[in-house]
Write a protein of this length. Structure first.
Length: 211
């Protein structure tokens, strides 16, 4: 067998393996799309408790760069939270610089890590003595929700640097919430179908080259 034929067979095997990997990825994506989403199209985590004796719970910086937004947004984020006693809670997502300015000198906890099996949250306290203004009166929030009982914050993800904040609406200390996080990815089904089609083409092309 000539070297050219061997090279063609090897190349065909590689193409076929890539096609097979795309088929598997597409099948997994299609299964997730049909089985793991809720009625609103979100992939949602289990409810877990987050708490701090300080005046706010804050995520670390969400660095989202160069992603479609506006009418072409690529994903929606949905956060639900409820106090165990059913009392009022505030949720907000805002630009990091303005969140940092709002919480400067205010004692709060930054969520630095989350382990899910079993669930464990790691917090970094930021100490201070300043009393915060009621968060609901601030104008910089890209999305917010506030009130008694379960609150739902929905945000069409935009590029930039963001932080998510949970507080008592009056800024009082002691924030305890049972919360879930969900994401809806607008292009996932199209990407899944594309992977399936491309996988079939590459697998077929690889088999043809080997034969």
């Amino acid at each position: 067998m000539s070297g050219g034929r061997i090279a063609l067979i090897v190349f065909g095997c590689l193409v076929g393996l890539i096609g097979l990997a795309l088929l598997i990825a597409g099948a997994v994506g299609l299964w997730a799309h049909t089985s793991l989403r809720d009625d609103d199209g979100y992939y949602t985590s289990d409810s877990e408790r987050l708490e701090t004796p300080l005046r706010a719970l804050v995520t670390e910086n969400l660095d989202l760069g160069d992603i479609p937004s506006g009418d072409d947004f690529w994903a929606s984020l949905r956060i639900t939270a409820e106090r165990p006693d059913g009392g009022p809670i505030f949720l907000g997502v805002g630009p990091r610089a303005q969140v940092q300015r709002f919480l400067a000198g205010v004692p709060h906890a930054v969520i630095t890590d989350l382990d899910f099996d079993p669930f464990r949250a790691t917090y970094a306290p930021r100490l201070g003595r300043r009393l915060p203004e009621p968060p609901g009166g601030e104008a910089f929030w890209a999305a917010q929700a506030s009130g008694p009982g379960e609150q739902t914050l929905t945000w069409d993800v935009e590029d930039g640097n963001w932080q998510i904040v949970a507080m008592n609406p009056d800024g009082s200390p002691g924030v305890v919430i049972d919360t879930t996080a969900g994401v809806k990815i607008s292009w996932l089904l199209g990407l899944t179908i594309g992977a399936l089609v491309l996988g079939v083409l590459l697998l077929g092309g690889g088999v043809t080259m080997v034969v």
